[in-house]
Write a protein that binds this ligand. Sequence first.
Ligand code: NAG
Ligand code: NAG
Ligand code: NAG
Ligand code: NAG
Ligand code: NAG
Ligand code: NAG
Ligand code: NAG
Length: 481
Amino acid sequence: MGLCGSVIWVSILGLCFWVAGAAIGVNWGTMAIHPLPPKIVVEMLKDNGITKVKLFDADQNTMSALAGSDIEVMVAIPNNMLAIMNDYDSAKNWVDRNVSRYNFNGGVNVKYVAVGNEPFLSSYNGSFVNITFPALQNIQNALNDAGLGDTVKATVPLNADVYNSPENNQVPSAGRFRADINDTMTQMVQFFNQHNAPFTVNIYPFLSLYASKDFPFDFAFFDGGSAPVVDNGISYTNVFDANFDTLVSALKAAGVPDLPIVVGEVGWPTDGDINGNVKNAQRFYNGLLPRLARKQGTPLRPNIDLDVYLFGLIDEDAKSIDPGHFERHWGIFHYDGQPKFPMDLSGQGQTNKTLVAAKNVKYLPQRWCVFNPDGKANVSKLADNIDYACTFSDCTSLGYGSSCNNLDANGNASYAFNNYYQAQGQKDMSCVFQGLATISTQDPSTGQCKFTLQIDSHANHRVASPLLLVLALVPLAVFMF
Ligand SMILES: *[C@@H]1O[C@H](CO)[C@@H](O)[C@H](O)[C@H]1NC(C)=O
Ligand SMILES: *[C@@H]1O[C@H](CO)[C@@H](O)[C@H](O)[C@H]1NC(C)=O
Ligand SMILES: *[C@@H]1O[C@H](CO)[C@@H](O)[C@H](O)[C@H]1NC(C)=O
Ligand SMILES: *[C@@H]1O[C@H](CO)[C@@H](O)[C@H](O)[C@H]1NC(C)=O
Ligand SMILES: *[C@@H]1O[C@H](CO)[C@@H](O)[C@H](O)[C@H]1NC(C)=O
Ligand SMILES: *[C@@H]1O[C@H](CO)[C@@H](O)[C@H](O)[C@H]1NC(C)=O
Ligand SMILES: *[C@@H]1O[C@H](CO)[C@@H](O)[C@H](O)[C@H]1NC(C)=O
């Protein structure tokens, strides 16, 4: 904690690089019912010595909270804005408004612009295939025209399904871009190469495991234990290396063998699936972080300091669960900024090191909404009421293999009712459910199953608002420095 918590210390005490190992980045997503205020999150990043963050938009409150922190930022253009960015003037406006504007002494240290988010996912049916590269070109050109091109690079965070190896030769050296997008991928990587911009890829060993019952369990982790995949004399003992090197081979085939690669997302969820739990997440991070600190690289790119952003920082209970219930449980912190498990971000392997929790978080009063056992209400209405509660709040911890799966029927009802009540900011009318619910001042949590006490967005918001002043002062600041 602390010593290398700020960039100032890092530059004064050069030694800190050695102490801190790799500089880990994190993904800061905000799709939460009651998101933590940005200012609290930025303090939490600093307290944990996290110096790089990847965003999914360019939200003004987030950006103002980051101002002056020196944290390196990847700011983003969501997929639904890619079509607009096919127009150069719109791209220029975006850059003016969301990058140049923060480029002052004490502003935001923007290093990358993410153009889209996994736009070539097969599940998008090609909707973004023809509009991503033009958007990328316009954004990089607008950055160059704004005089920022040397320090700010446009990239596209891509899902690992943009490349593969043939069905009959599943080895990394056979990696190529997916046939249906080969042309646009080839143009894009050559553009990155010309502009000294990196390729950004999201790699998810958890999803490899989730996708296939036949996937060798231990191959998802870094501690060996499964039969290696042998490729031209190289033994691959984990899917992360194999996947990364499949990309290295695809880049080589596309004529850019040395293009730098940023890992935009990598992590392990802690709930919402039989393999999404703290034990597996710890095993995964305990393998990943020391490798990054050792600058081990992969067999085809050995001894490199990989640029990596963990996914994610905080749980997001409003994310779509189309991919699976685990989708809301990727955080290394709970929704309220409490750490989930011991973790040594420096990669020095201290197994008892705890992350620093968010400070000054204001919670709603100590009240929970639970099943009313007085027997007066009509219990045949229970299922409908649970359904309703779960439609408007997060019940993903109730499912098979999840942290609250061992509750009895009444416990289930309590869990669902409480999540709805908390999501609604504890409004009295939100704990009725046709007489089936009642308010309790006792925390109903049992063992692993934690009943939520939501954070108070209003109280927290008052803490955050003076930050907007920073922006109001921008023109003055530019003048002064
Ligand atoms: C800047 O980013 C914000 C947040 O992502 C977005 O809503 C806004 O439209 C962007 N500004 C311009 C001029 O494109
Ligand atoms: C893609 O196509 C499938 C099947 O035709 C459809 O169910 C799905 O909604 C489509 N997705 C998008 C994002 O268009
Ligand atoms: C993308 O462009 C190609 C070639 O011009 C065209 O065949 C294809 O239909 C386009 N795809 C979409 C989704 O617009
Ligand atoms: C992919 O595209 C590049 C450039 O257009 C071409 O040279 C290469 O042969 C293509 N690869 C495949 C497998 O189609
Ligand atoms: C953490 O573990 C290290 C050895 O790995 C030990 O020296 C240290 O005292 C432990 N700290 C705490 C707080 O338990
Ligand atoms: C309970 O609700 C069910 C279905 O809505 C209804 O058929 C039943 O009559 C109700 N029982 C009582 C005691 O009100
Ligand atoms: C509680 O809810 C979960 C998820 O909806 C379900 O799998 C489980 O069977 C329920 N348990 C009881 C006792 O109703």
